[in-house]
Write a protein that binds this ligand. Structure first.
Ligand SMILES: Cc1cc2nc3c(=O)[nH]c(=O)nc-3n(C[C@H](O)[C@H](O)[C@H](O)COP(=O)(O)OP(=O)(O)OC[C@H]3O[C@@H](n4cnc5c(N)ncnc54)[C@H](O)[C@@H]3O)c2cc1C
Length: 452
């Protein structure tokens, strides 16, 4: 670094992408600073993936306990949930992870600023009243839940507050049809809350394979979630006992909480970007080129704030590609196709590649293989769960171009399928693979009859 700059790289935001970029750049001998205004580890660690998955685990115990009876276990009395214990144990685990992130940054040699950073011009960052000159500024400020403004919208809460509720309500309304909405509907339902999912559109999880989204919907209903499609919230008023929610075409409903999970917007407000040439796109997302450079050559951005694929592993991979571009040989590239992903709703959805509808639009000749069956746990355990699997195959190349699953362990199974699809596996490769028996996953290598 020459004396012109205090830092080679100044990262704003210590979330999934920012921390990875800072650590890797410091590892390559760069002088690095990171500023974090709220919590180390960002959304994923504090109010996203990690606490959500802990809550998903918590919400699955009632069904497992119910299933255990068929395997000979006697339940002397119905177990009850102590919400405060779950919430506080979750928070303690998150604090442990915050400490790990602190050590990771420290040990990398990057300097951590505890405070909100703003950009005061090209190459200039201000934090805690001090201004620093940085050769490169990296904006990795993530996103924030968006709640539309309507009468009574101030009574609605976002996913952020869900992790810190004082108590669980008897009834909850979850508004939205995307992955965060269906995940929280499953969590609340599993924890014993009378849960209603309200969505203004006709289909939940609309960016996923339609048949799989339908299976999720059917599974959620079978587990006890009440789903109201084509329904909108007109207003919320506070009553003596909680909240009264006015809905289109339906009687008002009373609920203890109204959770809005209707989208997230990029965290770009009041960041000082107007003092640079940075250009913002849809939902305030920062526009970047293939190397994550903005319209201002001193400012780069990645992760949720660029609004491409809002997932933790994507933010991390973008960070690795950026560091290679800035301080390595620049050979690394990010491929946004074939990203495996899971929705931790109940039943769980795992998917990689194209959905059937997308495949039909992109390919002229495809085959679809499906399988729908009762999981082995249910044979003695009872319960309503089913497992559905789907392979979408391009008949011209025989390549498997889509792989989808609804049911237990879908995320774990689809991760491996992601490697197969990345490697260009054909249906013949799937057929030649020996299954693991007895498992649900073996169905993926034994589907021989085309469904269509
Ligand atoms: C409820 C929920 C569940 C999710 N579940 C999953 C999942 O299961 N799997 C998955 O892959 N992804 C999931 N995600 C998405 C995932 O959390 C994000 O994609 C990921 O955290 C993005 O990382 P990031 O580095 O871009 O931003 P973030 O992790 O959001 O980090 C940004 C950081 O910047 C800080 N910051 C912002 N402005 C400033 C400033 N001016 N100065 C200093 N610091 C600042 C913020 O406080 C924050 O810590 C979930 C998200 C939510 C909300």
């Amino acid at each position: 670094m020459n004396d012109e700059f205090d830092y080679d790289l100044f990262v704003i935001g210590a979330g999934s992408g920012g921390v990875r970029a800072a650590r890797m750049a410091a590892g390559k001998g760069q002088k690095v600073a990171v500023a974090e205004e709220r919590y180390l580890g960002g959304t994923c660690v504090n109010v996203g993936c990690v606490p959500k998955k802990l809550f998903v685990y918590a919400s699955q115990f009632p069904e497992l306990l119910h299933a255990s009876k068929g395997f000979g276990w006697n339940m002397p009395e119905l177990p009850t949930l102590d919400w405060a214990t779950l919430r506080d144990n979750k928070t303690a685990e998150i604090e442990r992870l915050n400490g790990i992130y602190n050590s990771l940054i420290d040990n990398s040699g990057a300097h951590l600023f505890d405070g909100r950073a703003t950009i005061t011009g090209p190459h200039l960052v201000e934090v805690n009243g001090e201004t620093f000159r940085a050769r490169v500024i990296l904006v990795a400020t993530g996103g924030w839940p968006y709640i539309p403004v309507f009468p009574g919208s101030e009574h609605a809460i976002s996913s952020n507050e869900m992790f810190f509720l004082d108590s669980l309500p008897e009834t909850a309304l979850v508004v939205g049809g995307g992955y965060i909405a269906v995940e929280f509907a499953g969590i609340l339902n599993g924890l014993g809350v009378d849960t209603h999912l309200i969505y203004r559109g006709p289909n939940l999880l609309k960016s996923f394979d339609r048949e799989m989204s339908e299976k999720v919907k059917e599974g959620m209903i079978a587990k006890g979630v009440t789903i109201h499609l084509n329904t909108e919230v007109n207003g919320i008023i506070k009553t003596d006992s909680g909240l009264r929610v006015a809905l289109t075409g339906q009687p008002d409903m009373d609920a203890g909480i109204v959770l809005y999970a209707t989208g997230r917007e990029a965290n770009t407000a009041n960041l000082g970007l107007e003092k640079t040439a940075v250009v913002l796109g849809k939902n305030g997302a920062i526009v970047v080129d293939d190397n994550f450079c903005t319209a201002d050559s001193s400012v780069y951005a990645l992760g949720d704030v660029i609004g491409r694929v809002q997932l933790t592993p994507v933010a991390i991979q973008e960070a690795m590609v950026l560091v290679d571009h800035l301080y390595g040989d620049g050979a690394a590239v990010i491929d946004y196709t074939g990203i495996p992903t899971a929705v931790f709703c109940q039943p769980e959805l795992g998917t990689v590649g194209l959905g059937e509808e997308e495949a039909r639009a992109e390919y002229c000749d495809i085959s679809v293989y499906t399988s729908d069956f009762k999981p082995m746990l249910q044979t003695l355990g009872g319960g309503t769960d089913r497992i559905t699997m789907k392979l979408v195959v391009d008949n011209v190349s025989d390549r498997v171009i889509g792989c989808h699953m609804v049911g237990d362990h879908a995320a774990e199974i689809i991760q491996g399928m992601g490697i197969a699809l990345k490697a260009g596996a054909t249906k013949a490769h799937f057929d030649a693979t020996v299954g693991i028996h007895p498992s649900a996953a073996e169905e993926f290598v034994t589907m021989s009859e085309k469904s269509r």
